[in-house]
Design a protein around this ligand. Structure first.
Ligand code: C2O
Ligand code: CU
Ligand code: CU
Length: 426
């Protein structure tokens, strides 16, 4: 008999002093005192029960980024857990939900600060018939951290609020420029958990074998020179060929068209890679079938934009979705549960913005930029995708549960200032 598993965990958000710089303490806000927060692993079909204890001095929620959990369990801003409060999140992971996810706070307006002070953790959902089961795995969560001269985490500056906060330290699993040991050929899951930093990842001298995106495996492996991982996104790659050698994981220069006077982008070494001899399982030619959800019968239009205004002699930016700033009491769009929709998302702005939709995975159909239309190169499941300035993306979306879902820019400072809207699924 098939027995459904139950995965139980307790996540306590609280202030902790951490020694990140030798001899100095950095006050952080962490889940269970860990950087990053605990990894939660479950199988498709499992029941998940997570007790959240909020020991912060402000309201918070836990949002299960990318996961198909019911809206009332998804940490919406409307469902904040007060300071000192607690609640139970519970959901069952449906068939087909295997993928690489993460969780982070989503309270109204305070998401950027709660994340940059350290609150974020990892969630992996596995399929029992995973075709890559013979590969051993590594998890690389990339975050960045801004520290002042006393190793404290400073508040956002005006520039951070405008362009999104980027820390001077880019960390992998909480460490600065670690050495990663790869044994034989391994499956590496990579998260971009930065508030705003774009990661154009490459290993000079090597091609990458891309096997998965946010919502799990591709249909077949794709050999690519680099991957652009925008805030909130994840990928799975296969690395190593069983020969001993050194390499470096780089973040190449990417110009996301920040505003105002900003420091020039620089290439960074994120990690030293030590490849070692070890098992080299065969890479399957086919990973899985991603079925087309069918013909779309509804169209939704979304536009990201920003405007500059003068307030008391100060320039302030407003970041908007469909011309409006987020209002948690307003319904912006209505969708029907189970209906196949095309969402046409237009970035009417001169900077890049990563679009994220809660509660489901979508397929990118095509993009249009400067009059040129391009089909997505391969079928993949995403919950977060980048939009270049003035680019239009068309995605295919199905929401399965009734309730309120957010969609927003995943540069958290933009989200926090209102570049977010909500769809009510009826
Ligand atoms: Cu990762 Cu609405 O967020
Ligand atoms: Cu999300
Ligand atoms: Cu944005």
């Amino acid at each position: 008999a098939k027995q459904r598993g139950v995965v139980k965990a307790t996540l306590t958000a609280a202030a902790h002093d951490v020694e990140l710089v030798a001899g100095q303490t950095t006050p952080m806000w962490l889940y269970n005192g860990q950087v990053p927060g605990p990894l939660i692993e479950a199988f498709e079909g499992d029941r998940v029960e997570i007790r959240f204890i909020n020991q912060l001095a402000q309201p918070s929620t836990i949002h299960w980024h990318g996961m198909p959990v019911p809206p009332d369990q998804d940490g919406n801003p409307q469902d904040a857990v007060p300071a000192g409060g607690e609640r139970l999140y519970q959901f069952t992971l449906p068939k087909g939900s295997a993928g690489t996810y993460w969780y982070h706070p989503h309270p109204h307006g305070d998401t950027p600060e709660q994340v940059y002070r350290g609150l974020a953790g990892l969630f992996i959902v596995r399929a029992k018939d995973d075709p890559l089961l013979s590969f051993s795995e590594q998890h690389w969560v990339i975050s960045d951290l801004k520290l002042d001269a006393e190793a404290k985490i400073p508040d956002n500056t005006a520039n951070d609020w405008m362009n999104g906060r980027e820390g001077q330290f880019v960390l992998i699993n909480g460490q600065h420029q670690p050495v990663m040991n790869i044994l034989g050929r391994q499956r590496i899951r990579i998260w971009n958990a930065c508030s705003a930093r774009y990661l154009r990842l490459a290993i000079p001298g090597q091609k990458l074998t891309l096997v998965g995106t946010d919502g799990g495996l591709l249909e077949k492996p794709e050999i690519v020179p680099e991957v652009l991982l925008v805030p909130g996104q994840r990928v799975e790659i296969l690395l190593g060929d069983g020969k001993a050698q050194h390499a470096e994981l780089k973040a190449l220069i990417y110009d996301r068209q920040k505003m105002g006077r900003v420091a020039p982008e620089v290439e960074r070494t994120l990690a030293k890679l030590q490849f070692n001899t070890g098992a080299v399982p065969n890479t399957p030619k086919l990973l899985r079938k991603i079925s087309d959800p069918g013909k779309a019968t509804a169209l939704k239009k979304v536009e990201f934009s920003e405007t500059m205004s003068m307030e008391n002699g100060q320039h302030t930016m407003s970041f908007m979705v469909n011309g409006k700033i987020y209002d948690m009491d307003r319904v912006d769009l209505i969708s029907k549960a189970g209906e196949v929709e095309i969402w046409q998302i237009f970035n009417n702005s001169h900077m890049d913005h990563p679009f994220h939709l809660h509660g489901t995975q979508f397929i990118v159909l095509d993009s249009e930029l400067e009059g040129k239309r391009q089909n997505a190169p391969y079928r993949a499941l995403h919950d977060t995708v980048n939009l270049r300035p003035y680019e239009t993306l068309r995605i295919k979306v199905v929401q399965h549960d009734k309730g309120l879902r957010m969609f927003h820019c995943h540069i958290l400072e933009h989200e926090g200032q209102g570049m977010m809207a909500q769809v009510k699924v009826i």
